[in-house]
Write a protein of this length. Sequence first.
Length: 77
Amino acid sequence: MTAEQINAFQANSGIAPATMSTVLIGVVFAVLLLWGSWAIRTAYFGWAENKLNQRQFLSVMVRFLTMYLVLTFFLLS
């Protein structure tokens, strides 16, 4: 962003663009971790009740970890 754009953003929002970026990235990761814990918990209960086999349970965990790593790479690099 140019200096004029940064000044306009700060004048209208009252916060710096870097601060807004940090807050939005934090919200994305918070939602991802909440969703991931829900998905893994649900898969675990399905596995414990023999509704999912071990391979399906592990695929849920691998998908979550993959999404977490990809988002970490793209948002924090």
